[in-house]
Design a protein around this ligand. Structure first.
Ligand SMILES: Nc1ncnc2c1ncn2[C@@H]1O[C@H](COP(=O)(O)OP(=O)(O)OP(=O)(O)O)[C@@H](O)[C@H]1O
Ligand SMILES: [Mg+2]
Length: 238
């Protein structure tokens, strides 16, 4: 497997408040890697820093052989790295179709807009049914699907998902996770996933990183962490 993303000794934060300290991690092509941890430990900051929404104060980020730290967020999407932000962040007063079209803003993605739209709607048939409905009128699960679909419209090689299960019922959660698995299998996509459903995330992930206080404190195969007594005590209520 080849290295797709490497984060090397990255620190970042907001103003004078550091949120991430000397974080190093990587994702190889075709992996599903999970980032788990309690509230406020820096998980979203990690994804925002990789996406170019927050600038690192030190360290290096390489995606597909290109140094992306310091690059504008839209340029990073153009290189094939897309993020689904926490809560989806859809444009609520635009239709499903308009939201999806916005995902294909890069020149190559726009050229392929029609076939990609068909592909994405095959993956999420509910979005085809709701294409002319305002995003604000979708259910929570449908919004999450629409947000994932919008990110896929940029034809990324790697997708970063910030808590796709947020606010979903267990049934809906299972659906969204199934879809993530389908997407990974069908598009040969690589996924970096933040999840507070630690058990589900570790079950799905090939590898995982555990974040505490802005640092990575543990890493290993998902199945191994699932049986780690510290993880069980801290995150699985066992
Ligand atoms: N825009 C911001 N300005 C200032 N501080 C911020 C900002 N966003 C996040 N923080 C702070 O940075 C720290 C890490 O936040 P982050 O959103 O990365 O946590 P998280 O692990 O994603 O938490 P959660 O599980 O609750 O989503 C927190 O202390 C948070 O209060
Ligand atoms: Mg978060």
């Amino acid at each position: 497997m080849s290295r797709l993303l490497s984060v090397d000794n990255v620190s970042s934060g907001y103003g004078l408040t550091p949120a991430l300290r000397n974080v190093s991690m990587h994702v190889d092509t075709g992996e599903v890697v999970a980032v788990v941890g309690a509230n406020g430990v820096g998980k979203s900051t990690l994804l925002r820093t990789i996406s170019g929404l927050v600038q690192p104060s030190e360290g290096d980020i390489v995606f597909d052989g290109v140094h992306i730290n310091g690059m504008a967020a839209h340029a990073i999407v153009g290189h094939g790295l897309a993020m689904v932000p926490e809560g989806g962040r859809l444009f609520m007063f635009m239709t499903v179709l308009e939201n999806l079209e916005l995902g294909a803003f890069g020149p190559t993605a726009r050229q392929d807009l029609k076939p990609t739209l068909d592909e994405v709607m095959d993956l999420f048939p509910i979005l085809r049914e709701r294409r002319d409905q305002l995003a604000g009128s979708l259910s929570g699960g449908e919004r999450q699907m629409c947000a994932i679909a919008r990110a896929l419209m940029s034809r990324p090689r790697m997708l970063m998902l910030d808590e796709p299960s947020l606010g979903l019922s267990p049934v809906m959660l299972e659906k969204v996770f199934d879809l993530v698995r389908t997407v990974v299998a069908s598009r040969d996509l690589t996924v970096l996933l933040i999840e507070q459903n630690v058990a589900d995330a570790l079950e799905m992930a090939s590898r995982a990183y555990v974040v505490e206080g802005g640092r990575i404190v543990k890493t290993g195969p998902g199945a191994e962490l699932l049986h780690d007594p510290d993880i069980q005590r801290a995150y699985l209520g066992l």
